[in-house]
Design a protein around this ligand. Structure first.
Ligand code: C6P
Length: 409
């Protein structure tokens, strides 16, 4: 039984009033709220165990190291990776993608090689590849999307060639909510000998991830979008690729032996974890994963599906609104424009009703220009949102009409 009212009690931030109204938090694609258990483990770590990891022989350091490494195993199980050294801790999705572009791309690609992305990518899955193309004289190809907001698979197949070396696609679009057929796309890339990176920023809090079943070569995600703290993320990589990749950053922890003449590097995963890591953050992320696992990703996904269809039906009550995505497979993200009213004005009016949404280009400017809008509103739902909150949101949107009645014709 999925008891959302019980679940909400785990999230202290939700128990507050904004401008005299109960907070309705619909900005989960930007970052999710954190359950009490995540806050508790972070506080407990600092109160009881705080020490640097992999360095000290003293008790605190051993404890901190154990918790940090247990977190790695926890993430390994969560995404069903083959072994724990395929899990690299990073700052977030952005750093994970930059790591692959810089290290794998920088060492393996040759001038004229091709990299494929799609039209619905976040800037974090565009700009690192542009850097690489500039540096290595490679070519960036962009697969188009259809009017429903889905990747055009035929165009993708036609774009793949023996020159394709990397394909990097988002699992779930942060603007459209489209769930891409990545398993099929990965198999097609592999047939052409290309490796495949999945930008998973929007997925792990909403659907079950099995990297071995997907057979992706890299999977990047952020802790803060899945109930964990900010400043931490994960790069999953297949061992055979991580092994051949040079380190991304140099510093403490990532070395085996240093001399002024020659430095050798540590084994996986430490080769990619230079400097003191976000230890408390990693421990907090593992707790978030335990929380999500206890609720069950299938249960969360089913619940959010119902909530998405509820919000999609409710929003039809406002004829001035156009929803930007009609993808057949969608996660709980709803982007829309309101005829004659700028997205920022709508977000401001909703904020006065206690409702948090995101408005703007959502760090996906090429997608926005493809859609022919400079900004949209985005309501993104999570496991603790309710139908009552959707009702408040739709009532809030109805107020837009009152405020702008002289503008809306
Ligand atoms: N999208 C949003 O409001 P970081 O910032 O590294 O945690 O995640 C970057 C990122 C990469 N890919 C996708 C698909 C994303 O959605 C994001 C982050 C947030 O949509 C902040 S811009």
């Amino acid at each position: 039984m999925y008891n959302v009212e019980e679940i909400r009690k785990d999230f202290p931030v939700l128990r507050q009033m904004i401008h005299g109204k109960p907070l309705v938090y619909f900005d989960n694609a930007a970052t999710t709220q954190k359950p009490q258990c995540v806050l508790d483990v972070i506080l407990k770590y600092y109160q009881e165990d705080n020490a640097n990891i992999h360095r000290g022989v003293h008790t605190l350091s051993e404890r901190a190291t154990r918790k940090y490494e247990e977190a790695r195993e926890c993430i390994q199980k969560f995404i069903h990776a083959k072994c724990k050294y395929e899990i690299i801790f990073t700052k977030g999705t952005t750093e994970s993608i930059n790591l692959v572009a810089h290290s794998y791309g920088g060492s393996q690609l040759q001038p004229g090689d091709e990299i494929i992305i799609s039209h619905m990518e976040h800037h974090s899955n565009i700009v690192p590849w542009q850097f690489l193309c500039e540096q290595k004289k490679c070519i960036l190809k962009v697969i188009p999307i259809n009017s429903r907001g889905e990747i055009l698979l035929e165009d993708y197949k036609n774009s793949l060639s023996s020159k394709t070396k990397i394909v990097s696609i988002t699992h779930i679009s942060n603007v459209l909510g489209s769930v891409n057929p990545i398993k099929e796309m990965i198999a097609l890339a592999h047939e052409r000998g290309a490796i495949f990176l999945v930008d998973g920023a929007q997925a792990p809090a909403h659907t079950r991830i099995d990297v071995q079943d997907l057979n992706c070569d890299f999977y990047a995600f952020s802790s803060h979008k899945m109930l964990g703290p900010t400043g931490v993320g994960v790069l999953y990589g297949k061992e055979k690729y991580l092994e051949i990749m040079p380190p991304y950053q140099g510093g403490g922890s990532m070395i085996r032996q240093v001399s002024f003449e020659k430095t050798t590097y540590a084994d996986l995963p430490y080769k990619f974890e230079a400097g003191t890591q976000a230890i408390a953050g990693v421990i907090g992320l593992a707790e978030a994963v335990r929380y999500l696992t206890a609720l069950g990703l299938e249960n969360i996904e089913n619940y959010e599906k119902k909530l998405l269809s509820y919000i999609e039906n409710k929003i039809l009550e406002i004829p001035e609104i156009t929803v930007l995505s009609q993808a057949l497979k969608k996660s709980s993200i709803l982007s829309f424009v309101y005829k004659g009213v700028h997205a920022h004005d709508i977000a401001t009016i909703l904020d006065h009703e206690g409702i948090a949404i995101r408005a703007g280009h959502h760090c996906a400017m090429p997608l926005m220009s493809h859609l022919g809008v400079d900004a949209s509103c985005r309501a993104s739902l999570a496991l603790y949102n309710t139908q009552d909150e959707v009702d408040s949101f739709v009532e809030g949107l109805k107020k837009v009409k009152e405020v702008f009645k002289s503008v809306i014709t």
